[in-house]
Design a protein around this ligand. Structure first.
Ligand code: FPP
Length: 248
């Protein structure tokens, strides 16, 4: 019997899922391997997760691949992560393009080597008309840095203080025109935000699992979506059920 992609009703599928792909290092350590082997296994898993995301009908996926703080890691690890980004573009871009994935970048592109910037821009250009899945790659990304960058641009544009609204700030973030994440998944069990989408996550639901990122498989992804489908999102208000009762 063919497997149904998901038993979750389509209206309960989050529009935007964001992922903190944590635990690559510990996955490698457990196996007596260098940390970079963990990142390579994590990259393999990312390929599977992207495919599952398309199958589940999620429209936006944001992945945290390299933070502004990750520059503080050992130089060989930083170099390895830079090479992984280039490798993914060199070897996966055509397949992603065929699958209808639109690649976007969030973060400070200008902080990356010119050669990498060029590859990223080429990938964005090639896939810009795809609409099956919008994949935001957070690379050299930090939530605070994003807000600082937005404030600088708002000031440079001469926007009067009274015109600075929630909506306007959103338009100046790297994620302009992307809906806020409905669900954020963090692997490897840490209970923190780690400077990821700190503005956009105001009302996101969280799913945190002890599973290390390379082992986060489709079944667990489905479980995260099922958990999300059962949440009562109130956005600081009361639930729609309570509202009906009080009006009765
Ligand atoms: C966190 O695990 C993971 C990262 C800092 C890198 C994530 C990168 C990938 C999964 C590769 C895909 C990359 C691209 C560019 C598409 P950790 O190293 O902090 O794990 P630990 O907490 O167990 O040490």
């Amino acid at each position: 019997m063919a497997e149904t992609p998901s038993a979750i009703p389509l209206e309960k599928i989050p529009q935007h899922v964001a992922m903190i792909m944590d635990g690559n290092g510990r996955w490698a350590l457990q196996r007596g391997l260098p940390r970079l082997s963990g990142h390579k296994a994590g990259t393999e898993n990312l390929r599977r997760v992207i495919r599952s995301t398309v199958e589940f009908g999620v429209k936006y996926l944001t992945i945290y691949a390299f933070s502004t703080e990750n520059w503080g890691r050992p130089p060989e690890e930083v170099k390895g992560l830079m090479l992984i980004l280039q490798d993914v573009i060199d070897h996966e871009l055509n397949e992603l393009n065929r699958e209808g994935v639109q690649l976007r970048h969030i973060g400070r592109l200008e902080g990356l080597e010119p050669r990498i910037q060029k590859k990223v821009l080429k990938a964005i250009e090639l896939t810009k008309n795809n609409d099956r899945l919008i994949l935001n790659v957070a690379f050299n990304y930090g939530g605070r840095d994003e807000i600082v960058c937005a404030i600088q641009k708002i000031i440079n544009d001469g926007i009067p203080a009274v015109d600075v609204t929630d909506e306007l700030v959103g338009k100046y973030l790297f994620t302009a025109n992307v809906p806020d994440p409905d669900l954020i998944i963090r692997t490897s069990g840490e209970l923190r935000v780690s400077n990821f989408l700190i503005w956009q996550a105001a009302y996101s639901e969280w799913y945190i699992t002890p599973t290390f990122w390379p082992d986060f498989d489709k079944e667990e992804y489905r479980h995260a979506l099922e958990s999300f489908a059962q949440r009562d999102r109130r956005f600081g208000k009361v639930s729609s059920g309570e509202l009906l009762e009080s009006n009765a």
